[in-house]
Design a protein around this ligand. Structure first.
Ligand code: HEM
Length: 415
């Protein structure tokens, strides 16, 4: 692919999203790029990076130019792994990687299950799950927030939403992890094939679950997704149903886990605002928007250009891979004055692009907001003087577009 660049500054060879320093804190690199090379090409990734808020928002609007095909695939699959996957799904695609009109058809099925009224009704169940997770460790005075709370909470909510048994969550998590790994970096073929085998096992499991809804329809998302051909109401093929069920489960799982961990870490760094939220939980609703803005768990996603296009005076060729950096857009001073400052009262915090925008805007955003608000409210209320543990260090996740923690040791005062 030939890179047509109007400005010589538009190539930024040193920008490496997988570099340890970037993984620790990407925001200084984003600030430099937004200022000097807002849209640039990286030869190492064979990819164009878009860093400014206005450009990311413009790309999200122009879905006919910025195609979502391959939008979550950070690394190429080997032909063997690709063939194995294709055997199970045929030509089916998932919503996040589809363009119109397929996207509209699939999304209209899932929309029925994500109405604000349905999500609102989940609050008591989310509280019950969060409280029972805290009950299990509150007497200990210490815990690892990720495995003991931030992971099981959205995981169990997803199980309830889709109607799959809660005891299957550990297996679902292993399958989901393998898929997330496959999306991140170029793996040796053997490992790719093992990950694809996991995806196939996950899809087969969901196909079985869907078929059970044929006999016994229930009040759950899998029943909503059962194809017409199998006695359901969804205008989907069976392959589309199980592939999209898998994708929506994964999309709503670790993203929320990571956001909770990032949010708690941010509050630890700002004890005064933490205290304000503890004393006045009603402020959480707005604070959640600033927490979503300041350290999002999806730093960006990919697009493919269908034609030549110009952003910030830089021309991107047709058929180019583009990385829309939501994390950078959220820190653009042109949109958010003093963007590195964490301010739970920031008036326009909700303008963040954490959930993207346009036709692909996160379908689970109301659920994510609800889970994060309930999680923070209960953690702050029930664990007095919650703080980072002194005995162990947090462990960050390494991923090209996800940002979060695999371990976040915490401690609190015991009554
Ligand atoms: C804090 C948590 C979450 C974050 C940061 C997040 C972020 C996003 C983003 C950025 C997109 C747009 C993808 C694109 O650029 O094409 C998206 C789409 C999506 N999200 Fe979320 N999400 C979260 C939680 C959830 C939850 C809880 C669910 C469901 C249970 C969910 C399901 C989906 C689905 C199905 C899509 C695809 C929508 C489409 O392509 O039309 N997400 N999410």
């Amino acid at each position: 692919m030939t890179a047509h660049v109007n400005s010589p500054a538009a190539v930024c060879p040193h920008f490496n999203p997988m570099a340890p320093a970037h993984q620790r804190n990407p925001y200084p690199n984003y600030a430099e790029a937004r200022r000097d090379t807002p849209v640039f090409y990286s030869e190492a990734y064979d990819m164009w990076f878009v860093t400014r808020y206005a450009d990311v928002a413009a790309a999200l609007k122009q879905t006919h130019i910025f195609s979502s095909s391959g939008s979550v695939q950070g690394a190429e699959l080997s032909p063997v792994a690709q063939a194995l996957l294709q055997k199970n799904i045929g030509s089916a695609t998932i919503m996040v990687e589809s363009d119109e009109p397929n996207h509209t058809r699939i999304r209209s099925v899932l929309n029925k299950a994500f109405t604000p009224q349905r999500i609102f009704k989940l609050e008591p169940a989310i509280r019950e799950i969060a409280n029972s997770l805290i009950d299990a460790f509150s007497a200990d005075g210490h815990a690892d927030l990720v495995p003991q709370f931030a992971l099981p909470l959205p995981g169990l909510v997803i199980c309830d939403l889709f109607g799959i048994p809660r005891e299957d969550l550990p297996q679902v998590k292993r399958w989901a992890d393998d898929w997330v790994t496959l999306l991140s970096v170029a793996l040796p073929e053997e490992q790719q094939v093992a990950c694809v085998q996991s995806m196939v096992a996950f899809q087969n499991y969901l196909r079985d679950q869907l078929l059970q809804r044929q006999q016994n329809p229930r009040e759950d998302l899998l029943t909503v997704m059962l194809p017409v051909e199998y006695g359901g109401t969804a205008n989907l093929s069976m392959e589309e149903a199980f592939y999209n069920a898998m994708s929506a489960m994964v999309a709503g799982y670790e993203t929320t886990t990571n956001l909770i961990a990032n949010a708690v870490t941010m509050l630890f760094k700002h004890p005064e605002q933490y205290q304000q939220l503890r004393e006045n939980p009603a402020m959480l609703q707005h604070a959640v928007e600033e927490l979503l803005r300041i350290d999002t768990s999806i730093q960006g996603l990919f697009r493919t250009t269908t034609q030549e296009v110009t952003l910030s005076d830089v021309t991107i060729p047709a058929n180019a891979r583009v990385f829309l950096l939501y994390g950078s857009a959220n820190h653009d001073p042109a949109q958010f004055p003093n963007p590195e400052r964490f301010d739970i009262q920031r008036p326009n915090a909700r303008e963040h692009l954490t959930f993207a925008r346009g036709i692909h805007v996160c379908i689970g955003q109301a659920l994510a907001r609800l889970e994060i608000r309930v999680a923070l409210e209960l953690l702050l209320q029930r664990l007095p003087n919650l703080r980072p543990a002194t005995s162990a260090q947090p462990q960050q996740l390494e991923h090209i577009f996800l940002r979060g923690y695999t371990s976040l040791p915490i401690e609190w005062d015991q009554a």
